[in-house]
Design a protein around this ligand. Structure first.
Ligand SMILES: *[C@@H]1O[C@H](CO)[C@@H](O)[C@H](O)[C@H]1NC(C)=O
Length: 208
């Protein structure tokens, strides 16, 4: 009897889990793959963003862009942490040390524009990130440049690879922000008030 009851409750549990899964996929609001296809790095964008479980509940491109900002901040922090750890290990190699030091500084500066104290992205912060990415679009901090004359080494390869991921995520984030606010072509100076951040979705007329 007891076994019977427990298998019944297992069945109930299994079916409510199934229902939950079905509901979750039905309410998934945003087509990550389709939006990522509009960024400079579609596959990287899709892989990285779908790895974040918050993406499941992202309802629109604005929400996805917020997740991208947080992901970029995380990837940037990883570059900085790696560079700083290695600096302790390569003290005797002045050229490599310089490369790591400058790279860490530049990346940390970029991350400081993405990170916010509360760990949440409100509209004000979103606009600030948008403005920063727009400004830095043509003039990216570049560990590649900083480390150009540094002789090849596994550490150099690693730090540049991590930095490349960060840079890709920055470019993806920039693209998603632009997709989320079509008015973004406006001059940076009148941005905070002008950005139509939460425009209702455009309703297309139905074809018969
Ligand atoms: C990111 O975008 C900038 C500006 O368009 C470009 O110069 C840079 O090569 C891109 N970086 C990556 C890793 O795609």
């Amino acid at each position: 009897m007891a076994t019977h009851r427990s298998s019944m409750s297992q069945l109930a549990l299994a079916s409510s889990l199934l229902l939950l899964l079905l509901l979750q996929s039905a309410s998934a609001g945003v087509d990550v793959k389709a939006l990522c296809a509009k960024t400079p790095h579609p596959i990287f964008c899709t892989t990285t963003l779908t790895a974040d479980k918050d993406t499941l509940s992202a309802k629109d491109v604005h929400a996805l862009a917020e997740i991208a900002i947080q992901t970029a901040a995380r990837l940037g922090a990883a570059v900085g942490n790696y560079a700083r750890r290695q600096m302790d290990l390569v003290k005797d190699d002045n050229v490599l040390w310089q490369c790591l030091d400058e790279c860490a500084h530049d990346v940390e500066d970029a991350v400081s524009h993405l990170d916010d104290a509360e760990g949440e992205v409100d509209d004000k912060h979103f606009n600030e990130v948008a403005a920063y990415l727009k400004l830095s679009e043509e003039d990216t901090w570049s560990c590649d440049e900083t480390c150009r004359d540094t002789p090849p080494s596994p550490t150099k390869t690693n730090v540049l690879a991590k930095n490349n991921d960060f840079e890709k995520m920055m470019n993806v984030t920039n693209a998603l922000i632009k997709l989320s606010c079509p008015g973004f072509a406006k001059p940076v100076t009148d941005m905070p008030d002008m950005l139509p951040l939460h425009k209702p979705p455009m309703v297309l007329p139905h074809k018969p």
